[in-house]
Design a binder for this molecule. Structure first.
Ligand SMILES: Cc1cc2nc3c(=O)[nH]c(=O)nc-3n(C[C@H](O)[C@H](O)[C@H](O)COP(=O)(O)OP(=O)(O)OC[C@H]3O[C@@H](n4cnc5c(N)ncnc54)[C@H](O)[C@@H]3O)c2cc1C
Ligand SMILES: *[C@@H]1O[C@H](CO)[C@@H](O)[C@H](O)[C@H]1NC(C)=O
Ligand SMILES: *[C@@H]1O[C@H](CO)[C@@H](O)[C@H](O)[C@H]1NC(C)=O
Ligand SMILES: *[C@@H]1O[C@H](CO)[C@@H](O)[C@H](O)[C@H]1NC(C)=O
Ligand SMILES: *[C@@H]1O[C@H](CO)[C@@H](O)[C@H](O)[C@H]1NC(C)=O
Length: 530
């Protein structure tokens, strides 16, 4: 007894001694070996360590939220700015060999900054894909290959230049990266007609956890299913995507209708929210943006003004849209007009190619899905008790229904919020000008107050959320004793993003990355077959 106790004690002592003294130096030597491994394979000008003079400017070049640009952020030990697919493979290979994880960054828009920061203290590297950004359009077959590091604006521009009648159903921000957007499904103003962005992916190239480059045929249909909306980071590094382009009329119509809050606005919103599924009008999308006392209805109609007016007269006369409100233009010009938030129909299309970020804004967002109409009385309370009291709160609402919600099955891709969903809500709160302190707490109080108020009005069991509007408040992974993310911890947030598709995602992860190399605070945990 005494002997074995002593043995146990000395083992404990050795174990503690190891943790306290040797692990940090082991960690830094694996970091050094990782950098040495990269240096053998990748040109030095593509590698940045914390001591490189360009490190901070490269790190923050595509950071889109000032909250995560401060020095309180856990930063990468090293950044690899891959300019060739081989560099991606080298980074994965060196990372696996020396035990350094990679965080993949395409456009850097992740709402929690998970593509370039870690919540926990850990040694990791950023694999930045901004240099891998070719867009190759094949107008004859209505398709395009686009690299993950391209932005949505670059994609729209290239498609618009290639053909006046081709389009891609993407989102409303030009600097969002194609890699993150498609990895999260990707919703937008044309999904009622064409589905989500990921619904339109025909093929993809991924570098897996062994550093091997695979196309659709080689990766197999399970992994190909998972990467089209199962969230970024979890399955490997998608380097490019083959997209099906959509055929649109030469002329589409855009209308912005501004309303100031009064009782009639609540009634108009109550009518608007019933339009998404009934009647079935896939060519017509009306997005509602509510901030303070102002509501903007943003209409995109895939047809002419006169056709739009006849539909509005028949189905939504309450909005009062007339021909004088219409702006007719090509699809690509409509995208520039919408995504550059411009009042100018002649805004240069090249504005969509800008990658300049703005680090003066502090932002926190959350999301919901609505399956039962909120109704006029509900909208009056939302305005009176929240929005009109706080100009810093915004709700952006994207109608579903149409093809995205009524034709494509809930399990066709990982994006599950389809049948029965009226619309998605994105809550936004802005503050200024400090990352922490009273302003951040006040903003959190505002958005949490509104989110709490909305609870009885939105989806429940689970309260659904959109993975592209990432929110760490809804849950974070825990790592088990085996060093692998636990399935139970992933379910907490994962079933909100993926509902019934979560288990299949975890099963795919268990097959392609059972050791959990690709992970972050909300990556899919591996579910191993027993
Ligand atoms: C102004 C604005 C408007 C937006 N509008 C919409 C919208 O209309 N519809 C919509 O769906 N979303 C919208 N979003 C959300 C946006 O789609 C997501 O934030 C998306 O994840 C950003 O992609 P990214 O490449 O820029 O981000 P990143 O920060 O680079 O990546 C996001 C996540 O994906 C991972 N990842 C990135 N690239 C790859 C890759 N190549 N392979 C594997 N994993 C990868 C990252 O590690 C990270 O976890 C909007 C965001 C903003 C800021
Ligand atoms: C972090 O930034 C603040 C403000 O810019 C500065 O005062 C502080 O010295 C920085 N801390 C470190 C560790 O760099
Ligand atoms: C929140 O949403 C707004 C509007 O879409 C966007 O401008 C902002 O960048 C988003 N927040 C974060 C943290 O990125
Ligand atoms: C940057 O963002 C801030 C805060 O959202 C805004 O006030 C400012 O106008 C923006 N600057 C540019 C150049 O867009
Ligand atoms: C909205 O209007 C009300 C009534 O005029 C006013 O008291 C309130 O300050 C306004 N809210 C905002 C955010 O401007």
């Amino acid at each position: 007894m005494a002997v074995s106790t002593t043995a146990v004690l000395s083992l404990l002592l050795v174990a503690c001694f190891c943790c306290d003294v040797f692990l940090p130096s082991l960690a830094s030597s694996s970091e050094e070996n990782f950098v040495a491994c990269l240096s053998e394979k990748i040109p030095g000008e593509l590698l940045y360590t914390q001591s490189s003079s360009g490190f901070l400017s490269v790190l923050t070049a595509s950071v889109q939220n000032a909250r995560f640009a401060t020095n309180a952020t856990v930063r990468p030990a090293c950044i690899v700015t891959a300019s060739d697919v081989a560099h991606v493979q080298d980074a994965v290979w060196c990372g696996r060999r020396h035990g350094v994880r990679l965080r993949v960054r395409s456009g850097g828009h992740d709402y929690e900054g998970l593509s370039y920061r870690s919540v926990r203290a850990e040694v990791f590297a950023v694999l930045d894909l901004a240099r891998l950004r070719d867009v190759r359009v094949s107008p004859g077959e209505a398709s395009a290959w686009v690299d993950s590091g391209a932005t949505l604006g670059e994609l729209y521009y290239a498609v618009g230049m290639a053909s006046p009648t081709l389009a891609f159903p993407g989102g409303a921000c030009p600097t969002v990266g194609v890699g993150g957007f498609l990895s999260g499904g990707g919703i937008g103003l044309m999904m009622r007609k064409f589905g989500t962005g990921a619904d339109n992916v025909l093929d993809a190239k991924i570098v897996n956890a062994d550093g091997v480059l695979l196309d659709r045929a080689a990766m197999g249909e399970d992994l190909f299913w998972a990467i089209r909306g199962g969230g970024g980071e979890s399955f490997g590094v998608v380097v490019s995507w083959k997209l099906k382009l959509s055929v649109v009329p030469r002329t589409v119509t855009v209308v912005n209708t501004d309303r100031t809050f009064d009782e009639s606005t609540a009634a108009v919103l109550a009518k608007w929210e019933t339009l998404a599924i009934r009647p079935f009008l896939p060519d017509l999308t009306i997005r509602a943006v509510v901030q303070g006392n102002n509501t903007v209805f943003q209409t995109l109609f895939l047809g002419s003004c006169s056709q739009l007016i006849s539909k509005m007269d028949a189905f939504f006369p309450e909005l009062g849209t007339t021909a004088a409100d219409c702006r007719e233009m090509s699809w690509v010009r409509a995208m520039a007009f919408i995504v550059l938030s411009s009042k100018d129909v002649n805004v240069p299309l090249e504005g969509m190619l800008s990658r300049t970020n703005n680090l003066s804004g502090y932002v926190k967002n959350k999301s919901d899905y609505v399956r039962c109409a909120v109704g006029k009385a509900g909208w009056e309370r939302v305005y009176r008790e929240h929005l009109s009291r706080n100009g810093a709160l915004m709700m952006i609402m994207e109608p579903h229904g149409g093809v995205v919600g009524s034709v494509i099955a809930d399990s066709a891709t990982p994006y599950p919020h389809r049948r029965g969903v009226l619309y998605n809500i994105q809550y936004v709160t802005y503050w200024c000008c400090a990352a922490d302190g009273g302003a951040a707490e006040a903003a959190a109080g505002l958005i949490n107050g509104l989110y709490g108020f909305m609870e009885p009005l939105v989806s429940s069991n689970p309260r659904e959320a959109f993975v592209n509007y990432r929110d760490l408040d809804i849950g974070q992974n825990a790592v088990g004793d085996d060093g692998v993310t636990t399935y139970e911890s992933g379910r907490v947030w994962g079933e909100k993003y993926f509902m019934g598709n979560f288990r299949r995602l975890a099963t795919v992860k268990g097959k392609v990355d059972p050791g959990d190399y690709f992970r972050n605070e909300q990556s899919i945990p591996p579910l191993l077959a027993v």
